[in-house]
Design a binder for this molecule. Sequence first.
Ligand SMILES: N[C@@H](CCC(=O)N[C@@H](CS)C(=O)NCC(=O)O)C(=O)O
Length: 199
Amino acid sequence: MMKLYWSPKTRSLRALWMLEEAGVPYERVLVDIRAGGQDDPAFRKINPMGKVPAFEDGAAQLAESAAICAYIAERVPEAGLAPALGDPARGRYFHWLFFAPGCIEPAMAQKFVNFELSPSAAGWGDFNRVFNVLAGALEKGPWILGETFSAADVMIGCDLLFAIERFGIVDRRPVFDAYLNRCHARPALQRAIAIDEAG
Ligand SMILES: N[C@@H](CCC(=O)N[C@@H](CS)C(=O)NCC(=O)O)C(=O)O
């Protein structure tokens, strides 16, 4: 059975939401990062970074939430959480899946600690560019790829949920609010949040 190493109120929510969308059985293994669980040598073998989420599926081991989401989408193709091989929509699917850790996360970090970097040197440009581009891409909706919900929405939806609702570091905009409302209407996210909050 697939195994999710997680800790509540962390980026593990992405993998939890993804697994709930996939609708397959999985086991949750608590790695309590507030109590140093990430330093357990056995866990470090699964993720040498000592961070959650991490994931096991038989002999397959991986970490990095975008990778976990992409892995689950391919592992459970019947859930339809990624465009099929050969579908040109895979181009934008990968674009937005990688945009989350590659551009949204560093832009959020930049805002948090308020550091300056030349926008042409920073891979994400700058905070405003990232969230303006994202707002433009979500304008048409309902999802980042249009009509079809995918793993890329799990990553982007979670990032906006944290950035806007939990940390308040990104200003609300009607396009983000509408997108987050659609995310919150999904039973899989509701279940994931309930699990996360129950700890
Ligand atoms: N790049 C990783 C980041 C994971 C991450 O930073 N997780 C944090 C919790 S949100 C963590 O495990 N921190 C514990 C530590 O660094 O000791 C991902 O996207 O999955």
